[in-house]
Ligand binder design. Structure first.
Ligand SMILES: [Zn+2]
Length: 231
């Protein structure tokens, strides 16, 4: 099913992978996200890069999956109109930065999986139980949406923390881009409605200096969880 699976084993595979027949779009994404992937490797995150030979309908062009306890950064860009659409409104000079932030977002998902905290809340955090509704199916869907929303919030914060760490002068630019793409939500509290967390990071000083982007994001994320619960 997958044409090319590359493990993050240092630069040797990269030259191999890039010299084979990756498309220009795939190369653009991998090159721009490369600093994040190198950092992920230094943090012992087990990430494989998987290139799909043909995207299936509805595939997200750039996504993190997990298989056999390893993370897979899956590129489903071939024949996928969403691949270019994602960057369509991004000014040329910001494209690489946006891809870098998106890569950090995906790596954050891997970090949560690998640390065994996917869909969990911090120890000691007490959450409000769901209001009882008659239809247990609806309750399950709401719970799933909440869990996804929280993971997306964490990952968005890591994206911002990464930009602050590597490109502090561009923080406001990427912040505005992220705020914009999260503005349109089908319903409040939808899967990608991370606005609560993004608002917290409007003032970049909320990220504690000297911590890793994951640690920085974790603190702000927990603050956001509290705010969500007290709504
Ligand atoms: Zn995500």
């Amino acid at each position: 099913m997958f044409r090319c699976v590359c493990c993050l084993m240092g630069l040797m595979w990269a030259s191999f992978c890039w010299s084979t027949d990756l498309t220009a779009t795939e190369m653009k994404w991998l090159r721009a996200g490369w600093p994040v992937l190198q950092y992920a490797e230094s943090q012992q995150l087990p990430i494989d890069i998987v290139v799909q030979p043909e995207a299936r309908p509805g595939d997200v062009p750039f996504a993190m999956a997990v298989e056999n306890d390893r993370c897979q950064l899956v590129l489903s860009m071939r024949g996928n109109p969403d691949a270019e659409a994602t960057l369509a409104n991004v000014p040329e000079e910001q494209v690489n930065l946006v891809i870098e932030a998106m890569t950090a977002h995906e790596v954050a998902h891997c970090w949560r999986y690998v640390h065994g905290v996917w869909h969990t809340i911090p120890a000691g955090f007490v959450e409000r139980p769901f209001a009882a509704v008659q239809d247990s199916h609806i309750m399950q869907l709401e719970q799933k949406m909440r869990d996804t929303r929280r993971e997306e919030g964490f990952a968005d914060l890591v994206g911002l923390a990464w930009i602050l760490r590597e490109h502090p002068k561009q923080y406001a630019t990427i912040y505005t881009w992220l705020e914009q793409i999260r503005k349109d939500q089908p319903v409040a509290g939808a899967h990608h409605d991370t606005r609560l967390w993004i608002q917290l990071a409007r003032d970049r000083s909320i990220f504690v200096k000297g911590e890793s982007p994951f640690e920085q994001a974790s603190r702000v994320w927990t603050t956001g969880l509290r705010a969500e619960e007290s709504k």
